[in-house]
Design a protein around this ligand. Structure first.
Ligand code: GCB
Length: 909
């Protein structure tokens, strides 16, 4: 399937659309000076024309959350005691790195009221006043001078109201806005506003800008679903020639007919006109709208080449009434062709290009959704630093500033409709009002973002059946699957009707996965859109990372003709939770802990599979930044989804960030992992670094450890022994003639004190007696299990009795396995912490364990239930051994296998 070569003009809409005529073509050609490279830091948009005046209404607002009397809408109302705020503003704040909700959090859902005294607006004759809102969470109602002007439903799109007839000449004008982010549920105001659910919080308020636009009554249409009124496409692009089509939509809101002409101009990045066209004046009657398409062409165009050369032209359309320019709009133009292909993946300007990306949510710690232009720029800089070349807008329309940045930075973007999680509150069909709202938000998404060259996919839904699947799971597997297919089919058709130049995608949660949410009998949704999007969490919510490969291959054979993308994959990562070995135990994905090293491991393993799946067009990491979600208590955080590679405040990059930076960035990278795991549990460990250098060298306390190759951009120095106390770890490498170094300090325990291993668990534990156990490590074989991982956010406590430390017995390693403990030579006392996890009496009675230390049996035919007086009773077994070249403990035990919860080795007395 080849896209990006559409007809270039959207179908004319509505009977009132009387084409003004096709303009005269003037082309400027190759003789022109080469345009300069696009500057990613250049201002967001060319200045507004003289003909249209834009006034930002960023300051002077008064705000109150909650119930207010009806008189609040009237000009006379006294708001002097309300809080003074400036935009962007939201009352919501949440998400912190602590196990409880932080004091300053604000998770209120309901109505927030904003009032502003506009002052006198001297609207010249023949002009209109348009109030523009760039984004209000989630339903906005506007009153001007006490009169209700209109309502907009949808938290992410721009909308405008013509307030001309509500303004009072010669007096102050009072604007009142009600922003409503009530929780969507049956009977609520947001019952029929997408999204009905999702793993993110809909922040309330005027969280983007508001502006007042003064424009001629005859203008480039400002009332086209919040769109710019001009729509630029490139029906054909070759290195020699680009055909450009500019659809302009005009509106005459005045009382009399006008004769209007349109002049369309393409300028290069230096502002030089490289093509222009003007058409004859045509009549536009009062109240009429009209569309015309202007074809232009560029000879030897400089192509928009993704991150390597995101060259931008601009298109300016001027509207003229006689000799007067009465309106003008400038939009970006990136000349490119692209395709999403089932076999070759993504193709840009005729060449296959490997895309690798991450998703981004629009919230920041302490700010919620109220982001400034600098915040957006910071996010983009961090993503660019990591080497991302494609961004998924999770899960809704992002700010124009952000998409402008994506254009200028050469990111390939998947833009998204916020149709997420569910299509009804129960098993019903979606309500017609909900479908209508989704259609409205889709039209807004497409028209408002049509001109961003970075956007190359429209996502029309994300896991829209998962809400019903979760509900069914909670009812013990009973409950019908969602009935969302027809709605998705309808939205997909609408997207294609609106924009023939970009394909559509749906992001599916479950088909063919071992997820408990893969419902038998669920409607198939992956055959609807052009591109199949897969949110796949192998190694996190289910399965092992390497299982991803088989899952992708099998879905590819099910959908052989459809391009495929992994729309999500990832793992949570906490800054203060660590593991000595990511294979040591199962992770509690929906709870705690989320060791940072485990997150990095899941990414290493997933990327290994994704990198080799050449048919995939792209993959997007979930997620670039930690983001707010009030349904979460996980890792070290509250109200946060901790799958970000970067902290919520953007200040700290997790290890996994550097893994990808080493994979993707052109910059030389050398990063020692585990820099936050300072106080180590073990004095012997594998030192690891991520680097795009071919090899790297390590010193510990100034002593050379060695030089290793860095296959897959991972350098490992195995079994490095640290001294007691502080250790200086330093790595060095060279890439492209550039010397790289990285260093950190770790504190290690004294190896003379032995080793203490918590079996079957990802993190360590300090006992009530103060003995510190590291996480499970030094093992081969066996299976790690944890007692009752239950609960979405909490682990039930261990109910093993007969010990002052039941948590030590909450996990165990089971089966036939070996521990190779790197102990110094000497005489040791080994304590095995054991119990019988099996509550079935016959099975418990059948267990018969044997343990050998350096080949010699130290326990034979041992039955933990018998020794402890029943199942779930702690027992310890102690013996002395002499180690030479380490201590090897072999565990075996017939069918039921051996079981051990902890191994403690201390110097023999
Ligand atoms: C998903 C959802 C996304 C969640 C994510 C998670 O599949 O699409 O909204 O945030 O999983 O972290 O569970």
């Amino acid at each position: 399937m080849t896209e990006g070569r559409g007809t270039g003009s959207r179908a004319l809409r509505g009977a009132a659309a009387a084409a003004l005529g096709v303009a005269v073509l003037v082309t400027a050609g190759p003789g022109l000076a080469q345009p300069a490279a696009a500057d990613p830091a250049a201002p967001a948009r060319p200045a507004a024309s003289d003909a249209r005046k834009v006034m930002e209404l960023g300051t002077g607002w008064r705000f109150l959350f909650g119930d207010v009397p009806d008189s609040v809408r009237t000009p006379e109302f006294d708001d002097s005691r309300w809080e003074q705020v400036s935009l962007p503003h939201s009352w919501n704040r949440m998400g912190n790195y602590a196990p409880v909700r932080a004091e300053g959090s604000d998770v209120r859902q309901g109505t927030g009221w904003y009032r502003m005294r506009l002052g006198e607006v001297a609207l010249p004759r023949g002009k209109r006043a348009i109030l523009q809102f760039d984004g209000v969470g989630a339903i906005a109602d506007l009153w001007v001078n006490g009169q209700h002007v209109g309502q907009h439903k949808g938290a992410f799109s721009r909308f405008r109201f013509d307030i001309s007839d509500h303004l009072k000449p010669g007096q102050a004008n009072i604007i009142v806005v009600r922003a409503d982010n009530s929780k969507p549920e049956k009977g609520s105001s947001t019952e029929h506003v997408i999204p009905l659910g999702g793993d993110f919080f809909i922040h309330g308020g005027l969280y983007r800008g508001v502006s007042l636009i003064e424009v001629d009554a005859a203008s480039i249409d400002l009332m086209d679903h919040g769109g710019p009124g001009i729509y630029v496409s490139t029906p054909s692009v070759t290195p020699e020639k680009a055909e450009v089509a500019v659809l302009t939509r005009l509106r005459n809101s005045g009382q009399k007919a006008r004769k209007l002409a349109v002049v369309t101009r393409i300028a290069d990045a230096d502002g030089r006109t490289v093509a222009s066209a003007s058409g004859p004046a045509r009549r536009l009657g009062p109240g009429e709208t009209s569309e015309l398409t202007t074809p232009l062409s560029l000879t030897n165009p400089r192509l928009w080449q993704g991150r390597s050369d995101p060259y931008l032209y601009s298109v300016t359309v001027e509207l003229r009434d006689g000799a007067r320019v009465i309106d003008s709009v400038t939009e970006p133009l990136g000349v490119r062709s692209f395709a999403w292909d089932a076999d070759q993946g993504f193709i840009l300007n005729g060449k296959p290009m490997r895309l690798h990306g991450a998703s981004r949510h629009q919230d920041w710690q302490g700010k919620g959704w109220a982001l400034t232009a600098e915040d957006h720029a910071t996010d983009m800089a961090i993503m660019a630093e990591m080497g991302v070349n494609t961004v998924r807008h999770a899960h809704y329309q992002h700010a124009q500033e952000w998409s402008d940045l994506a254009d200028r930075n050469g990111m390939v973007v998947k833009a998204e409709l916020p149709f997420v999680h569910q299509s009804a509150f129960d098993e019903s069909l979606p309500a017609p009002e909900l479908v209508a709202n989704a259609r409205q938000q889709l039209l807004e998404l497409i028209r408002q973002n049509y001109n961003h060259p970075s956007i190359m996919l429209w996502s029309v839904g994300n896991e829209i059946d998962i809400g019903a699947a979760i509900a069914a799971l909670m009812k013990g597997g009973k409950g019908a699957p969602a009935k969302s297919r027809d709605m998705l089919v309808e939205l997909n058709a609408l997207a294609k009707q609106e924009d023939s130049t970009r394909p559509t995608l749906y992001a599916d949660c479950c088909e063919g996965t071992p997820s408990p949410l893969a419902r038998p009998g669920a409607q198939v949704l992956n055959d609807i859109t052009d591109v199949v999007g897969l949110n796949r969490y192998f190694g996190w919510y289910y399965g092992q990372p390497q299982d991803l490969s088989r899952a992708l291959t099998s879905l590819r054979s099910r959908y052989p003709d459809r391009p495929m993308a992994v729309t999500e994959y990832g793992a949570g990562g906490a800054f203060s939770q660590h593991t000595d070995n990511p294979l040591g135990g199962p992770v509690n994905a929906n709870g705690r802990p989320h060791p940072e090293e485990f997150q990095a491991w899941v990414h290493e393993q997933n990327w290994k599979v994704l990198k080799q799946a050449n048919f995939l067009s792209t993959s997007w990491i979930w997620n670039m930044f930690d983001f707010a979600s009030t349904s979460r208590e996980e890792g070290e955080a509250y109200d946060l989804n901790d799958k970000g590679l970067v902290s919520y405040d953007r200040k700290t990059r997790k290890d996994a960030f550097y893994f990808y930076k080493a994979q993707w960035s052109e910059e030389p990278v050398l990063h020692l992992t585990g820099r936050r795991y300072i106080d180590r549990a073990y004095p012997v460990l594998d030192v690891r670094a991520y680097s795009n250098a071919p090899r790297a060298s390590l010193t510990v306390n100034g002593q050379a450890i060695g030089t290793v190759d860095c296959p897959d951009r991972i350098c490992v120095w195995p079994g490095v022994r640290l001294r007691a106390g502080d250790n200086q770890i330093a790595a060095s490498a060279e890439r492209g003639g550039k010397a790289l170094t990285d260093s950190l300090t770790w504190t290690a325990p004294d190896s003379a004190n032995g080793l203490h291993v918590r079996a079957g668990h990802l993190t360590g534990q300090t006992t009530s007696a103060g003995l510190r156990f590291g996480s499970d490590n030094f093992f081969t074989g066996g299976k790690a299990s944890e007692l009752r991982m239950a609960g979405r956010t909490r682990i039930a406590p261990s109910n093993v009795t007969g010990t002052t430390d039941p948590e030590l017995y909450a996990s165990y390693r089971q089966g036939a396995f070996t521990y190779d403990l790197p102990l110094p030579d000497g005489r040791w006392t080994v304590t095995l912490h054991l119990f019988e996890p099996e509550t079935d009496a016959a099975k418990a009675a059948a267990r018969s364990m044997t343990v050998r230390a350096n080949g010699k049996p130290v326990l034979t035919g041992f039955n933990p239930a018998k020794a402890g007086g029943g199942s779930l009773k702690a027992v310890t077994h102690r013996f002395d051994v002499t180690s030479s070249g380490g201590l090897k403990l072999d565990f075996s035990g017939g069918d039921g296998g051996a079981v051990v919860s902890a191994i403690s080795v201390s110097p023999a007395r």
